[in-house]
Design a protein around this ligand. Structure first.
Ligand code: EPU
Length: 335
């Protein structure tokens, strides 16, 4: 294991903001993690976890020890005629996992193809796209609590998953490192084309195989979402707000064409639509701009984390003034 001082994190965050870590350690096993933790404790350094860097806004200087848990273990730990349970290391690339499971005849993750990032980050924000959330396939999340080095294995229901939410953003925020995730996948193809554009494609082309569906998702994503290596971004920058019925009733009178999705409590409206309606697609805020094809995505052209957050604040304010809705930021702000 290698602990390096004063390391640039520019290439380790998809917004490509300039940032330096006081120390960076890339570890691949629990033993290496223990060594890194011992170093942090001796040097009185706070430990901070970075995954694929695709859902974070970094400051120019990150004090303490930045940890990346890079294990790419992949093993079948249980199976029967209908299901398989896979244990996958936190450092496994998410999209590679989706394609590998499909090639092995393990189904379920196809709607989540082409999402950037690593497996360890997937439970943190309960990644979701095209009608599927990863919580549907997570059996257990394994990790370590920083304070006492205690190893945990949280069952699905203990992770408190919700839309872009989990215990890892709340009680365990900055306190835990995820080492591996157990996924329970199907051996029979399970096709979910509830998301309108996929449903339209299925009507035109017939019901897809899981692998075909993954390729449809890759095509839809590529047509709207910028590739970070070309246009640095962190995917959706805001969560889709869930508003209460009375706020919704007022808004739909003012904006009859507003897309909306009724939830068990309240109504979800697309933040991208709200921002788009204000004419913000392509609008620039210094080095940061709203993506031309998807208003929910901020693209960074050489700005710092502060520039990105300043743009976000201006957009939040404009949305609040226009609709009375407070947007919540999606990427995690590192301190
Ligand atoms: N819309 C606009 N203009 C825009 C963006 C969206 O009018 O600029 C409208 C669309 O026409 C559509 C609605 O808003 O009627 C929803 O748009 P879309 O289906 O593109 O999805 P989204 O709500 O913008 C969410 C996720 C994405 C995920 C897609 C597909 C969040 C915060 N974002 O976006 O996730 O890929 O659905 O399921 O929930 C991510 O988290 O990084 C991400 C990309």
């Amino acid at each position: 294991m290698n602990i390096q001082p004063n390391v640039s994190l520019l290439a380790l965050n998809t917004l490509a903001v300039p940032s330096r870590a006081q120390y960076l350690a890339q570890v691949e096993s629990l033993d290496e993690l223990k060594e890194a933790a011992a170093f942090a404790s001796q040097s009185n350094l706070e430990m901070k976890v970075l995954g694929g860097g695709s859902n974070v806004v970094l400051p120019e200087y990150v004090s303490g020890l930045v940890l990346r848990y890079m294990s790419t273990e992949y093993q079948v730990i249980n199976e029967d005629d209908e299901h398989v349970v896979l244990r996958v290391g936190a450092g496994f690339n998410w999209h590679d996992l989706v394609m590998k499971t499909l090639s092995e005849g393990f189904f379920g993750l196809q709607n989540l193809a082409f999402i950037p990032g690593l497996v360890g980050a997937a439970p943190v924000q309960n990644i979701g796209a095209y009608g599927v959330e990863v919580k549907e396939f997570i059996q257990t999340v394994h990790g370590v609590i920083f304070e006492d080095g205690e190893v945990f294995a949280l069952k699905n229901e203990e992770c408190h998953f919700d839309y872009r939410e989990s215990i890892f953003k709340h009680e365990l925020n900055n306190r835990a490192l995820i080492t591996a995730v157990d996924f329970r996948l199907n051996k029979q193809p399970n096709i979910n084309v509830d998301y309108a554009p996929l449903d339209k494609m299925a009507q035109e082309r017939g019901v897809p195989s899981p692998l075909e569906l993954a390729h449809w998702v890759i095509d839809v994503r590529s047509s709207k979402l910028p590739i970070p290596s070309e246009l640095p971004n962190a995917g959706s920058f805001f969560k889709n707000p869930i508003i209460n019925e009375s706020v919704f009733a007022d808004l739909i009178k003012r904006y009859p064409s507003m897309p909306h999705y009724h939830q068990s409590v309240g109504v979800k409206v697309p933040a991208g639509w709200l921002i788009d309606q204000m004419g913000f697609k392509g609008k620039t805020f210094g080095p940061v701009s709203v993506h031309k094809k998807q208003a929910l995505v901020l693209v960074n052209k050489g700005g710092t984390g502060k520039d990105v957050l300043a743009a976000s604040e201006q957009i939040k304010l404009a949305v609040y003034n226009q609709y009375g809705i407070e947007l919540e930021q999606e990427p995690r702000v590192f301190t």
